[in-house]
Every structure is written in C-alpha cells, then in structure tokens.
Design a protein around this ligand. Sequence first.
Ligand code: ADP
Length: 612
Amino acid sequence: MPTDGTPSPLHNPPGGPATGGLPALVAAHAARTPHALAVADADTTLTYAQLVSSARALAGHLRGHGVRQGDSVALLMPRCARTVVAQLALWWAGAVCVPLDPAHPRSRSEALTADAGATLTVGDGKLLESAALPGTTLALPDDAMVENGDGCPTAEPAPDAAAFIMFTSGSTGRPKGVAVPHHAIAELVTDPAYLTIGPRDRLLFHSPMTFDASTFEIWAALANGAAVVVCTTERPSLEDLARDVEHHGVTVAFFTTALFHQLAARRSRIFSVLRTVVVGGEALSAQHAREVLRAFPWLELVNGYGPTEATTFTTAHRVTDTDCEGQVPIGRPVAGATVHLLDDAGRPVPDGERGELWIGGCRLAHGYTGRSRPTGEAFVHHPELGRLYRTGDLVSLRPDGSLDFHGRTDDQFKIRGFRIEPAEIEHALREQPEVADAAVTVHRRTHDDARLTAFVVAAPGPVPRPATLRERLAAVLPAALLPDHVQIVDALPLTPSGKVDRRALTDLVTEDGPGTPAEPLGPLQQAVAEIWSRSLGCEVARPEDDFIALGGHSLLALAVADDLREDLGVELTLADFFAVPTVAGHAALVERALLAAHSDLRPGAPEDTDVH
Ligand code: ADP
C-alpha cells in the first residue's frame, strides 16, 4: 500500500489549481468570462458577473444582519437560481452553509439546526414562515438578484474552512452533520480527470440541497466555467427531468443509481441529449448500464463511489460495454483521495482479497459537528497511513488497479439513493410510548424495489396500530426513512450471540395481500390499476387500494407517473400523485386531466377553446 506519495493506482495525490475556496474559483471565472451563463432556472438567468455581483450584495446584507466569520447558518430555500446565489453569499459573509430540506418535518430541521450550532436560519420568506423554526430567522430579499454588490467588502473563506454541514443517517438515532471543507469540494470538481467538463457544459441541479450530490451538481459547473441548470420542480418526474434537460440543452447530469436504473429501464430520451451521466450511491447494475451504452453509444457513463465523509466521490470509473459483462467496478481514486484495503486491525489484506475500504488524503471531512465520539470512531489515526475514514464498505482490488464493491460490514443500507442506518428508525420507534422494542430490515423483491419493514414489539397495554406509528414517525423522520410496512411481533428473534437476527426477521414479513374486490373497477380505474400492478408487481383490484399500502414509494411513483403519461396521455405531478394515492383518486385525476385537455368533449364547454 503506497504511503510515500508515489503515484499509484491506489493513490491519487492532490491536483494543481484547486486549492482555494469555492467562491474564489467562481470569481476567477467571472473575471475571465463575465458574460458567460452561470445559472439558469425556469425564469431566471445569471451570467458569471451577475452571479458574483448579486452574491456579494447578499453577503453584505447578511453581514449587516450580524453574520460573522465562522458562523453556521442554516439555509431553507426551494431549489432555484437564488439558492446558488445564497450559498455563495453565505460563504462571502464568512459563514458555513447548513442546507435544510423544505420537505423534512419541522422537528427534523430543528434538530439539525441545533446540532450544527446554527446561529441563524436564512432563506425564502414563505418557507421560513411555514416552517416556524425556533431561533433567529432572516428572509432573504428578492431584489438581491439584481443588486450590484461589486463594491461590497467580502471575506474569502480559508481553503480549510467548512463550506457545508451535510447530515447523514446516524446509527445512534441521531443524524450526523458532516463538515466538508472548501478545498475538498474544489479539489473534487476542478478540472476533474474522471469526467469531461468544460465551459460549454450545462449541469443539471436536481438533487435536494441536503444531499451531497448537489455539491457536485452546482460546483462542478461553477468551478469549470460551465452553467448550472436548476430544476425547480420540487419532486421532478422522469418527464420533468427529460424536459429540463432538453429545454436547456443540459450536457452533464448526476443520477442516483436507483434513478438511473429507472431511466435506463424506460430508455429515457434524456440519454439522447446528455453527453455525460455520472451515477452513484449504490451498486450499478451491469444490465442497465449495458442497455444504455448500447442504445446511446456516445454517452460517457461514470460510476462514482464515495461517502459524504470523503466529499461525494472517492473513486470513479468510466463504464465501458466490456465492463458490463460482469460486475461494474467502482474504479480508482479521484484527485485528493487515497484508498486502503485493510482488515479489522488496520493491516493490508492480500491483493485481490476483500477488505474494508479506509479512505485517506486531503478530501476527508473535518468530522461530525459537535460529535467527538462518532468522529473518533469513524475518522481514525492509522500509525503508518495517517488520518483515515473507515467506510464500512467491503471492496477488492482488481489486477488493473480498479476496485469492486461487495457490500457493507454493518447494517447500513441504501434505499432509493438514501443512506439509512436502521438504528435511526428503530430509535424513533422506541421513543413511542406503546413500543417496547423495534428492529428495521430491508428486503428487496427486485434489484431496485427495496422496502423497509419495521418489526415492533408492543409495550404492555393497548397494541399500537401500524398506521398510527407510521403517522407519528412521519412527524419526525424524512420520507425516505419511513418504513413501508410496520409489523407487530411478539418478540424479536435473536442470534446465538444475542443480536437481533435480521435474516430471521425478513422471513417473518407478511405484507398485506391485495384483498378481494369490494366493488368492480370502472374503465379508467381498470387502466390505472393495470399500470400500478405493472410497477408494484402485485394484483391491484379495488378502487380504494392505496399505492403506499401496497408497497409503492417515490421511485415506483416515477415509473407509474411515466406510464400514465405514455398509456393514457395524462401527466400527474408527484404532488398530485401522493395527494390521493388510491386507484379511484388517480382515476379521478386522470379523468379531470383528460376532460381539461379535450374540453370540447365536455357538455356545454366552449367549442374553440385552445387549451395549450
Ligand atoms: P452518496 O451521497 O455519495 O451516496 P452517502 O454518504 O450517502 O454518499 O453514501 C455512501 C455509501 O453509499 C458508501 O459508503 C457505499 O456504501 C454506497 N455507495 C456510494 N456509491 C456507490 C457505488 N457507486 N457503488 C456501490 N455503493 C456505493
């Protein structure tokens, strides 16, 4: 294992120019190409000069409201061009940005803000008002987009200063705030060797701001003189994504592996516009990758691997058709990362054998904010290799120097792109008075159809209703952590060593069957039911059948929404989709949309109305 700085397949030393803070990189492009497009959303475009000028003006405003060097400031905004201005402004005001998700329950945002030690929450006035978070809040002025802040004094953040605090699921029941420094992001995105990117490119920003993929989406564009295209739809459907990509001529996009699989299975036309697709988050299916590469041979497909703690991507692999004959590798370290395959005692495993991946190099996070114990357990000092992050991922080294991923050493898993510690959900369940104990498992019916089941042992007294428990969890956990199914059991099975036997639990799963039809389905309901059952993989027979109760989730909703569009010619937003997620509810929405589109069919409707 190289430790002396010698370049090797397992050691990618820091590259050249990217050693400063992110704002300085953007300012340098603004000086060089002030009129180049920097950010665009549905109704705003900003050149580099305008982006820098508005961010400086907003930084002045923030300082005027007391933001000081080193403050952690939470940011609550919808995804739009202003979000990018606000991030830059926070840094120029000297602050660390703590992104919040408007879709998260209030108690979650409150806990994250407190854990990050945020002194202030800034953002969109309406969101701040409805979130009603405790502590000081500041609505950002709308006119900050047009103000000229060129003369405003701004502080350049030190390269080692934290840029973001991003939260990941925590095994003790509390999410962990990962503090990521500026130089680590700059190093990852500036002139990267693992993908093609230049000033003519346009990158799609569609990930939630709380997800470290958004770091890549925004700053890989702005560090390279390219443009960020912001998808402003909060929960974009596959069609929304394809439309944004087509409309703005997006060339580079990141998709979570699960979303990529959905797009691939449907041969989305998105691949005919994009030049580069980066996927990551879970093991990439060779079959989906092969299908996409064969149908769109010009596509640059990159499999990116890495935990948030090592700044988004640690290794990357440009996927070829030949790779898809077996397991697709996760590749080699990207600039600034070193990788080491070690056993439990920190000794190198023989080449070709599986070992835990420990990551070193200059792109490691500072640690978990305010959490010295978990930081000390995950970020360790190796006597020979220096500071390393223990990933808990099992990998092996190929003779050509690239790595293969073989799963986890612990219970952590990914579901629909979200990193989940079952302990976090179990903790939230045990907090309920009617719950004595709980264990959460994941089971996969197909590669991309993973479902969370919570097994609950009731406390003495009335047995809790699964639906009630789910509702209570929804008030404290983000949607991705909500169990798809809650099952009451007498006791949790244990292994001989006294641990919860998760494998035995999986055998206990008894999901609700489709039931018997209470009343016959109408023709539109029948069409909806057929589309649902294609994605859900079970019979759907009753008007009141509920998408979520049948195991539907956000990713399957994307597929169903796309089928409704293709088969019935009707587009449902995901917000509408989940507002009434029953067969009858969807059929009613479809009927309304069809009537609106063909208003001449509605009795009494004006004949010549142009509905488009
Ligand atoms: P990210 O946002 O990059 O997915 P997270 O911190 O949420 O980062 O999750 C990191 C974990 O996700 C890794 O430790 C690994 O278990 C898994 N992971 C990430 N990318 C890949 C990949 N390309 N292939 C397999 N597993 C992956």
